[in-house]
Design a protein around this ligand. Structure first.
Ligand code: PGA
Length: 257
């Protein structure tokens, strides 16, 4: 069985004192949860401080990006060693905002992914179509391309460690969530694509999160779908109540299975 994973992507939000307050709230609210993996991805600025706060807790630390070179003259970039030094275990790769605003491509996603895996970080690779692509009925082409080229050259063992986040771009930050059926249709497709590349046994072990306006009132239906193994949460991860509620509902759903 795949253990659900709920990750909070804080994006460019929260200065350090705000981040500390939020994490104290999560620690209090979520101390008893063991049925789901919990990850929070603050800004780079807060990683070290939050990493210290999360030591020996049931909440893991993740970063929002990684650069593939180990060190050197790459102004503004951050390396795997730096992330690990701050206490990171996870890293988000290829978020649609990085693809849209910062020139991220499947090729750069693939480089970051291989670097993260080599460093022992667990990657969360984001895939998903834009609204115009969905309307042009290109969803499966785009998502298939993100999966096949983003994950190109991975061994089966590396694939098993990789988490995919299906995030339809039109559902991110818009309040417009994909219906559970729309999401499941693409999740199932992703698993079939993964099975073509890595074989069914590996594909069945890989976790696929849904992301895009996940809230306490829609998580239950989403996570109850057979191929949805958790959520990557943006806006709702910036408040103690909403993120904790999402985690707790996921834990209840998983305990019932
Ligand atoms: P959202 O963001 O939950 O605010 O829609 C999700 C994401 O971008 O990961």
């Amino acid at each position: 069985m795949r253990k659900p994973i709920i990750a909070g992507n804080w994006k460019m939000n929260k200065v350090i004192p705000e981040a500390i307050e939020l994490v104290n709230g999560f620690k209090r609210a979520l101390a008893d949860i063991s049925e789901v993996d919990i990850v929070i991805c603050p800004t780079y600025m807060a990683l070290s401080e939050i990493g210290d706060m999360l030591t020996e807790s049931n909440i893991a630390l993740g970063a929002q990006n990684i650069f593939w070179e180990p060190k050197g003259a790459y102004t503004g970039e951050i390396s795997a060693d730096m992330l690990k030094d701050a206490g990171c275990e996870y890293v988000i790769i290829g978020h649609s905002e990085r693809r849209a605003y910062f020139g991220e491509t499947n090729e750069t996603v693939n480089k970051r992914l291989k670097c993260a895996l080599a460093a022992g970080l667990t990657p969360i690779v984001c895939v998903g179509e834009r609204l115009d692509e969905r309307e042009a009925e290109k969803t499966f082409d785009v998502v298939g391309d993100h999966v096949t080229n983003g994950l190109a050259g991975l061994s089966n063992d590396e694939a098993k460690k990789t988490i995919i986040a299906y995030e339809p771009v039109w559902a991110i930050g818009t309040g417009r969530t994909a219906t559970p059926q729309q999401a499941e249709e693409v999740h199932k497709f992703i698993r079939e694509e993964l099975a073509k590349i890595f074989g069914k046994d590996t594909a069945d072990l890989m976790r696929i999160q849904y992301g895009g306006s996940v809230k306490p009132d829609n998580i239950k239906e989403l996570i109850s779908e057979p191929d949805i193994d958790g959520a990557l949460v943006g806006g709702a991860s910036l408040k103690v109540d909403s993120f904790s509620e999402i985690v707790k509902i996921s834990a209840q759903c998983s305990a019932k299975q």
